[in-house]
Design a protein around this ligand. Structure first.
Ligand code: ADP
Ligand code: MG
Length: 615
């Protein structure tokens, strides 16, 4: 009989060291855990001092509720916490900590000192600990609150120490974390020292002012507020203007019930709401707070507590996307060489006794009546949107316009009597159009790309039938890999309007194309689009359908160099201003610049009175 025993329980400090491997990876993780504890202790001021990027010293001081003498030794025991008690508590976590392992982990890899005095107590206590010895506890004179001092992190774990980056790199990580907490809790004061030099001392304030404290006034005041609630999910905070987008995601801050979190899905939800307002490879900046019932989310996914799992991920994604879309729609983002912002639509009050509150929305560029409600186009009810896109051969009839003109008779400028606009094509590339407030300059290719992009997206969302059957199917020879790609994209392509039959592994028969593809260019449109798609796929747009729409738009759009008739220009501009995002092409370049008369007058040193005069 074999009675030899090889298995034994590890000494506590070794068990803690193993756990520390996950919780405490670097000085930054220590700072994060200690600041979390201070916030959980209801501190109003939190000060952090680091030396040698936290490698030799991390000192965190708070004015929170403190730790009693009896709790001090427990605080550094693993699985010891004051924040949850029962299994149910784990499903409704409102504190930043709950695992009870941070202090135990830190104690196992450093020389740790905790000084603390409970609020209202006259004396304080301190605990001195090293990884292998029993901690010492003694009376100590200190202010109310808690100080945690971590010296010589990883001094007993050389492998860990070697794994650390340069002081500069480690310090950056700490500074990023401090910035995150400062944004997440603008109502608290944060003081942060690197060695003896003050990095910041941020007084309690509003979120917007906190953003200004950290990133500058101009930055903060260009941000767009977000405030949205749906399905018991509330989204608040600020998002950056598309122009302020960065080359990295480093200025994207996300908080779930104030906890800083990382979430690719939510980042993507925000990104997708910007649609194509962004240039290539740019990321919007944002500081967004998600507030939701803690039972609807699991924060216990990873020891570092930055990853979370939502009960209903799709809904959260959709709500975030809507919140950001609404925020963006609430501001005018037209690139402008002018001063004050206006929209392409002019609101006219209808003086009709039947409907005293009604207003008429007229496109300032084309004179076209867009809506009888004072709403922006993006919020127009479906029936008022252009339902089927025009092919270039058959210009669209804007269905609501005629109906509205009848009721719009008392208005100042109904479409029927609107002065006809003057257009001028420059170098077969740009269109100048006179507007009621000045003039606008339009890039014909970019504008048409935007129009076709949105049509393609709607077609792929099956909002209308874009396909137009060819009288005679066209046989096209392609490489085997192109055929494979066609197969992969078949259902999207069919909704887009490209219907085809695969004959063999190098031949397809094209049966229909989107209505905007001009005659004789059917084959080219498909082939060019495929090539563009292959080149850009996965680089530009994360989603197939967006990429496909962009490739189609790019290849099927009017080229710069194409001569346009007056009618075609009129059509292009009308269609452009019916777009959801008329001001940028799918690649993020501007489509229109507006030059308000006011601005022109200013530049020519005319006073507004003079300009109105007949000189
Ligand atoms: P957790 O935060 O997950 O509970 P920690 O190991 O970080 O675990 O902390 C253990 C316990 O020590 C906490 O639950 C809390 O009761 C106490 N504690 C830690 N830091 C502080 C602090 N700054 N002020 C008051 N109490 C603290
Ligand atoms: Mg903690």
């Amino acid at each position: 009989m074999d009675t030899a025993r090889e298995i034994h329980l590890l000494p506590e400090f070794i068990a803690n060291q193993i756990a520390a491997g996950e919780v405490v990876q670097r000085p930054e993780s220590v700072v994060k855990e200690l600041v979390e504890n201070a916030i959980d202790a209801e501190a109003t001021t939190i000060s952090v001092v680091v030396r040698k990027a936290g490698k030799t010293l991390i000192h965190v001081v708070d004015d929170g509720k403190g730790i009693s003498k009896d709790d001090l030794p427990l605080a550094i025991k693993r699985h010891a916490t004051s924040k949850i008690q029962t299994a149910e508590d784990l499903h409704r976590i409102l504190t930043l900590g709950f695992r009870g392992e941070a202090l135990a982990s830190i104690a196992s890899v450093s020389q740790l000192e905790i000084r603390s005095r409970r609020r209202g107590n006259s004396t304080g206590w301190r605990l001195l600990s090293t990884p292998t010895a029993e901690p010492k506890i003694e009376p100590y004179q200190c202010d109310e609150g808690t100080q945690v001092i971590v010296k010589n992190l990883f001094y007993n774990v050389p492998a860990r120490r070697k794994f650390l980056k340069s002081d500069l790199a480690e310090f950056r990580l700490i500074a990023d974390t401090m910035r995150k907490f400062a944004l997440g809790y603008p109502q608290l004061r944060f003081v942060f020292y690197d060695e003896d030099s003050l990095v910041f001392d941020l007084s309690p304030t509003t979120l917007l002012e906190r953003i200004a404290q950290l990133f500058g006034e101009e930055y903060a005041h260009s941000m767009i507020p977000v405030e949205w609630e749906e399905h018991q999910i509330r989204i608040t905070g600020y998002i950056g203007q598309p122009d302020f987008a960065k080359k990295s995601r480093s200025e994207q801050f996300l908080f779930l019930n104030h906890r800083p979190i990382l979430s690719r899905q939510i980042q993507h939800a925000v990104y997708s709401a910007y649609e194509h307002l962004l240039e290539e490879a740019r990321y919007p900046v944002f500081v967004l707070f998600l507030h939701l019932d803690p039972t609807q989310v699991d924060v216990n996914v990873h020891p570092q507590k930055q990853e979370v799992k939502f009960e209903d991920e799709r809904t959260v994604y959709a709500v975030v996307r809507t919140a950001v879309t609404e925020a963006l729609a609430s501001v005018d983002l037209t690139p402008r060489i002018g001063i004050d912002a206006t929209t392409p639509f002019e609101k006219l009050q209808i003086q009709s006794p039947q409907k005293p509150e009604e207003t008429l929305l007229v496109n300032r560029l084309t004179g076209e009546v867009i809506s009888s409600k004072s709403q922006s186009y993006t919020k127009l009810p479906q029936e008022l949107r252009p339902t089927s896109p025009p092919s270039s051969a058959t210009p669209p009839s804007s269905p609501p316009a005629t109906a509205l003109i009848a009721t719009a008779a008392p208005a100042k400028a109904p479409a029927s009597t609107a002065p006809s606009r003057r257009f001028l094509q420059l170098h077969n590339k740009y269109i100048v159009v006179e507007t009621s407030e000045g003039f606008a300059l339009i890039d014909q290719h970019a504008a048409h790309e935007r129009i076709l992009y949105e049509r393609a997206m709607r077609a792929m969302n099956r909002e209308f039938q874009y396909a137009q059957k060819l009288l005679f199917p066209i046989k096209i020879e392609l490489s085997a890999s192109d055929i494979a790609l066609l197969q992969e994209l078949q259902s999207l392509l069919e909704n887009l309007g490209f219907q085809f039959a695969i004959v063999d592994n190098t031949t397809v028969e094209l049966l229909s194309v989107p209505q905007d593809v001009p005659g004789n260019r059917e084959q080219q449109a498909l082939v060019d689009m495929l090539h563009d798609y292959k080149e850009r796929a996965a680089l530009e747009y994360p989603q197939q359908r967006e990429q496909l729409a962009a490739s189609f738009a790019c290849k099927a759009a009017i080229k710069s160099g194409d001569r346009l008739s007056e009618e075609e220009m009129q059509q292009l501009i009308t269609d452009l201003y019916q777009c959801h995002s008329p001001y940028v092409c799918p690649h993020g370049r501007p489509t229109v610049f507006e030059f308000p008369l006011k601005e022109l007058d200013l530049r020519f040193s005319r006073t507004p009175v003079q300009s109105k005069g007949a000189d």
